[in-house]
Design a protein around this ligand. Sequence first.
Ligand code: ADP
Length: 175
Amino acid sequence: MKEMAEIDQSRPATVRTAFYPGSFDPITNGHVGIVTRGLRVFDRVVIGLLRNISKTSLFELEERAALTRAVFADQPRVEVRTFGGLMVDAARDAGAVAVLRGLRGVADFDYELQLSTMNTRLAPELETVYLMTERENFHVSSKLVREVAMFGGDVSTVVPPVVAEALARRFAASK
Ligand code: ADP
């Protein structure tokens, strides 16, 4: 036991946090995969939901946050926040050492390169870490999920159950 205590003391007591920004309109299994795998690399992941100014969203910001919180209700190392303004400011507020992003393929790459180049100028101390999507989530996007759900398609294989239920309620109400 004494040895263990000695080893523990020699380690830095810092918590390494990643900030994972996005619209999450709604959260999909693709996002869940990135967060879950991000937790293997980081001690804590703060999911930052962007208050969109240019995009019109299906779910209101607070609804998107509530769904995302429900998905990670059993994971104390995940925190869900909302933010407006600069992503790098929200990441700094969260105490993040890195920004976490997911890559689905070359289509994401171009945009992500632009984004990280700008973010590095704004906050040189903040690294961006990319995780490649799992094969089963390669085709999954919030946009596609919204479109399929709107036409009554089954999205239960690509989103968490609470999200599938929320989508069903949303489109049942608009029928
Ligand atoms: P944005 O609103 O910035 O287009 P989203 O809110 O949909 O993006 O997603 C936020 C992050 O999650 C981005 O890094 C995006 O590439 C990633 N992401 C979205 N869907 C998937 C998926 N199916 N697999 C892996 N990463 C994904």
